[in-house]
Design a binder for this molecule. Structure first.
Ligand code: NOJ
Length: 739
């Protein structure tokens, strides 16, 4: 293997480069600017880019395909004065062409190692297609189901998010990003983007520094500690300052405290958007602010390339800012080995062999199975092969289940539920009908282009409905495949109402009138208000947007080949008026606790419960588990000791099954109030019927630390409670003291 450039060689290269060359390393383009088919003037002019600048660019976004990228790279390098290769970056989120469940679904697996394997497969498929960097993982903590981007996150819990953040970074990058089939990861969106006010995308984020640090920042830090090569800025403001120009956030917190020394990229046009935020008067000022904050790459505006050279020459910003940014970008190219082999893993032959291969599809099926959450089951699931079942709903025979961030994934690669059921159970009594379109006329997907929105040709809705009701009447069991349109979640898909589209609810009601034995398989990118569905249906299986092999995985679970094991990574609110709702809240001075819940002056709603419909960590199985009371090996500890908490878990049902035992801690009184519960550990175990296992959890000082009044992460002496159970509502608790 040819070696990387030495630091000395990199330094000499930088010394030889002109200011223009360095600045243009900081410029990102879309591939169309560099290819024959590209419009060389239109978009470039809009971005304020000239052709001379474009040929010096540092990176390209959104292109893939070995042949195309090799050609683009070859031609680019030939023209570049210092033969510096481009970096190719792309959003490879829940898979490349083999699509895994959306990240929120992956969170439900409570199995970060599984996401590590999914990320490694995504990296492999992307790498052979010529991609060097993925804009993933998205690690924004989320509490508000109105925000469409909750689908890209792994949920509401900092501890769980940290594990997934680190696992995904490791999966993409491996030990060394230069190795074959690895891509560089980019942790995003820094920071606090998940807290957009009222769940409206791109909206202001208003978080106290305490809440930001305690809940929102840890998952970015976990990704950085796992070695993420890049970080992306967020669109939002924090404390009134847009993140892309926020010196405190980027210089003090990211580079200083978190010791991030990789490449910081702006989100799409976020540097320019500082003008619309009302933070910068014009593009030139935006260039100053972003450069001063230490943003190395300008995604999609041309502002850096337009202004940084003159700003340096006029002494308005120090040249050092440009030198440092260019050095970091070249360093990343060097770490990827691009100076020796600018094509890295791009390989047309490997693309054919690797992409969508059986092994990858098998992993997609495993990940999907493990992501499903059984929310309700009144002795109806699993189904029996050969039963007279009507599959009804717009997802009964629909390929659009890969989620809106599967840019390369194609719905034509997806098996539909109808196809998967027929593969498994050829029984002629099974019938399938849509019953309704996914969306009624009352919902407009504003801004989406026609062919993205299109579904199977919609026939007369009245006729579809009657046909479905007829089928439901004749069946022993109805499986209703319902849910959001895949474009109803993702970027810029905020919703004030979080329900299954009304046209499908009408179908659901009519079906329930004629058949009591209804199972709902629910597709969505976010927690929905499913009070009516969970009230009337006998069973509800939440399947998110399950990916390429989603339908086969659904069949595995519906017919019992796989016993469901997923746990909610985000609370399912009782209704939208309750959001943001999350289990790890602070208590109030007037908590609504048993015995006091009927009092007038309590922190409660008069019309709905405080508790979500289904809490964080919740999920059923086809078997049942008993969990014993917690036993502690001692009741007091000092900071250098630990306590072992143990529970005995027994499978008291008739089937083999997997349970996730969750351990939560509460610090009863502290210098700043503590959440009523915080997840600090979990253990996923599989037990045969009748089998019992002891599950233990070690409480050491690290589990008790928090951001104290003094601004340090430390523990405080006093009383604590430890909880163990199968979801976050557990009251199985024991007390201990830290002396
Ligand atoms: C905007 C999104 O916010 C970000 O997540 C994504 O990586 C970029 N666009 C590039 O597509």
């Amino acid at each position: 293997m040819v070696g990387k450039m030495t630091n000395q060689e990199l330094r000499s290269l930088l010394d030889e480069m002109t200011l223009e060359e360095k600045v243009n390393q900081m410029q990102q383009l879309i591939g169309a600017f560099l290819t024959d088919e590209g419009v060389v003037t239109g978009p470039m002019q809009e971005m304020g880019l000239t052709e001379e600048r474009a040929v010096l660019a540092g990176s390209v976004l959104g292109s893939y395909g070995a042949e195309k990228l090799k050609k683009m790279q070859r031609e680019f390098i030939e023209k570049h004065p210092h033969r510096i290769p481009l970096l190719f970056m792309l959003d490879v989120i829940n898979g490349f062409r083999t699509v895994f469940p959306i990240p929120l679904g992956q969170g439900a697996s409570f199995e970060p190692e599984l996401s590590e394997r999914c990320a490694a497969v995504a990296a492999k498929e992307a790498a052979v297609s010529g991609v060097h960097v993925t804009f993933a993982p998205m690690v924004d903590l989320v509490r508000d189901a109105r925000w469409g981007r909750v689908m890209e996150s792994t949920g509401e819990d900092p501890y769980l998010n940290c594990l997934f953040s680190a696992a995904m970074v490791k999966g993409f990058q491996g030990e060394d990003i230069k190795e074959p089939y690895r891509v560089a990861a980019c942790v995003k969106h820094f920071g606090g983007y998940g807290a957009a006010t009222a769940g409206r995308d791109y909206n202001t984020v208003e978080l106290s520094e305490h809440t930001l640090r305690e809940f929102y920042l840890p998952s970015y830090k976990a990704g950085i500690d796992a070695g993420a090569a890049m970080v992306m800025t967020a669109f939002n403001t924090l404390g009134g300052v847009p993140c892309s120009g926020n010196k405190w956030l980027m210089r003090d917190v990211l580079r200083g405290e978190m010791e991030f020394d990789g490449v910081l990229i702006s989100d799409w046009a976020a540097i320019e958007e500082m003008i619309y935020h009302g933070y910068c008067a014009d593009r030139r000022e935006a260039a100053v602010r972003a450069a001063e904050a230490g943003v190395d790459i300008d995604m999609m505006t041309g502002i850096y390339s337009e202004h940084l050279c003159s700003l340096v020459r006029e002494g308005k910003i120090p040249q050092k800012l440009v030198d440092e940014a260019a050095a970091r970008i070249l360093e990343l190219k060097n770490k990827l080995g691009l100076f020796e082999n600018p094509y890295k893993d791009a390989d047309e032959k490997a693309e054919k062999e690797i992409i969508l291969c059986e092994e990858h599809k098998e992993l997609a099926r495993e990940a999907a199975r493990k992501s499903f959450v059984l929310l309700k089951n009144e002795d109806i699931l699993p189904l029996e092969k050969g039963s007279k079942i009507a599959y009804i709903g717009p997802y009964a025979n629909n390929r659009h289940m890969i989620g809106s961030w599967s840019i390369i994934g194609e719905s034509k690669d997806v098996t539909t539920l109808q196809e998967a059921v027929k593969e498994y159970d050829g029984n002629a009594q099974t019938v399938f009908c849509a019953g309704s379109p996914v969306l009624g006329d009352n919902i407009k997907l504003e801004g989406f282009v026609g062919n993205e929105v299109e579904e199977a040709p919609v026939r007369d809705c009245g006729q579809m409905l009657e046909e479905a009701v007829c089928a439901a009447k004749a069946a022993d069991i109805v499986v209703m495949a319902l849910g959001e349109h895949y474009l109803q979640s993702g970027e810029a898909t905020s919703h004030a109402n979080i329900q299954v589209p009304e046209v499908q609810m009408e179908l659901f009601r009519r079906v329930c009138e004629v058949n009591e034995r209804v199972v709902v398989v629910l597709f969505s990118g976010r927690p929905l208000d499913i009070r009516e569905i969970s009230g009337k249906a006998k069973a509800v299986l939440q399947v998110w947007m399950p990916g390429t092999e989603g339908a086969r995985a659904i069949v595995d679970v519906l017919y019992g080949a796989y016993n469901p094991s997923g746990k909610l990574p985000m609370s399912f609110p009782y209704c939208v008026g309750q959001v943001p709702v999350h289990y790890n809240e602070y208590s109030t001075g007037r908590p609504c606790v048993p015995g006091k819940d009927k009092d007038r002056f309590r922190s409660k709603y008069l019309d709905i419960p405080n508790a979500p419909l289904y809490p964080f960590g919740y999920g059923l199985s086809y078997t049942r588990f008993s969990v014993s009371k917690i036993a502690l090996d001692k009741e007091c500890m000092t900071r250098d000791e630990s306590i072992r908490a143990e529970v005995k878990v027994k499978n008291i049902g008739e089937r083999k099954g997997t349970e996730t035992i969750q351990f939560y801690i509460r610090d009863v009184a502290a210098s700043v109030v503590r959440p009523v519960k915080e997840l600090k550990g979990f253990c996923k175990i599989t037990l045969e019927p009748g089998e019992e296992q002891t599950v233990s959890f070690t409480i050491d000082d690290s589990k008790l630390q928090f951001l104290t009044e003094s601004g340090r992460w430390e523990s405080e002496a006093g009383k604590f409670e430890v909880f163990a159970g199968t979801d976050s509502s557990t009251v199985n608790c024991a007390e201990f003291k830290l002396n």
